[in-house]
Design a protein around this ligand. Structure first.
Ligand SMILES: [Zn+2]
Length: 307
């Protein structure tokens, strides 16, 4: 259901508060980055209701009741890679996303428990961005994990079928998110995202991948990565598809830290080799090779590309 009137918005806020837990996602142009602009905020409940809020139909003042739900720690938002959503909400609208469970983080945490270093290496060395297998050593890559995009996870967990060959995916033009009216393709794209988040959540619950209290803390740390400012679109230390460090293993508040020469984050000592000024993930981005044509995965408007 498209929400673009004030009564519709008020009804949605009441529904979301009564449900308490729901899937949440945003769509827009270059979300979270210096070029970012929000277009649609999407929700899906466990009652199979989907709501797409047309952000351009409202002023920020009119959206405050909805933003209050997003900022409310006691309301649980299920997201997949909420980093850029959180950045866009914060830097574009002054809203702090709270109470999120990021299933992308749960995916890596679960993978870390069940997969071997061989699997980890395989995930890092294939795809659009890849690290040559020969350079993946336990000394440098033990804590470096390839992230899965939402579509990639939907394939991996059997929600959608894997394409027979990895050719170019259908083009989706994210630059058009600020045009109105929204097209049928945009509406189904936004709807599919939140449907997949809910479906993955159900699967993850069945597989016992969700440790809610810990995941909330990890998610909050993950979503604060761009707290100090929107990341640039071409910063190799920001725009990669590996799990940043000190998120899965949250550092103790007393851990001594140092600033990484790549991502500039203040990280605990365990994130660095004995000698060297860059964290293991930033070192890994330096070894990544990017294929010359974008023929893998879902690129485009998310900043974080191509899984
Ligand atoms: Zn770094």
């Amino acid at each position: 259901m498209l929400v673009n009137t004030l009564p519709g918005l008020a009804a949605l806020v009441a529904i979301l508060r009564s449900r308490g837990t729901f899937a949440f996602d945003t769509e827009g142009r270059e979300l979270g980055t210096t070029e970012g602009a929000l277009s649609v905020v999407s929700f899906r409940t466990f009652n199979a209701e989907t709501f797409l809020v047309d952000v351009l139909a409202f002023t920020d003042e009119q959206l405050q009741p909805l933003f209050a739900v997003l900022a409310d720690e006691t309301v649980t938002k299920l997201v997949w890679d909420g980093r850029m959503d959180a950045s866009e909400l914060l830097h574009g609208h002054g809203v702090q996303l709270r109470g999120a469970l990021d299933l992308q983080v749960a995916d890596i945490a679960a993978r870390r428990r069940r997969e071997s270093f061989f699997d980890q290496k395989r995930r890092l060395s294939r795809g659009y961005r890849s690290v040559p297998a020969s350079s993946i050593t336990t000394a440098e890559f033990t804590d470096v994990h390839r992230l899965n995009g939402l579509r990639g996870a939907a394939e991996e967990f059997g929600l959608i079928s894997r394409p027979a060959f990895r050719g170019a995916p259908p083009k989706f033009d994210h630059s058009r998110w600020l045009q109105r009216p929204l097209t049928a393709a945009q509406i189904s794209y936004a709807t599919e995202d939140v449907e997949q988040i809910i479906a993955l959540y159900r699967i993850f619950c069945n597989k016992l991948y969700i440790e809610e209290a810990e995941l909330k803390l990890q998610s909050a740390a993950y979503h604060s990565l761009h707290e100090s400012g929107r990341p640039g679109r071409n910063d190799q230390y920001q725009q990669h598809s590996m799990m940043p460090l000190d998120i899965l293993d949250l550092p103790s508040p007393y851990a001594s830290r140092k600033a990484c020469g790549g991502c500039k984050r203040e990280l605990s000592q365990r994130c660095f080799p004995i000698r060297g000024g860059k964290c293991f993930v930033c070192m890994a981005t330096g070894r990544e090779q990017v294929k010359s044509t974008n023929t893998f995965g879902r690129g485009g408007g998310r900043g974080m590309l191509a899984f």
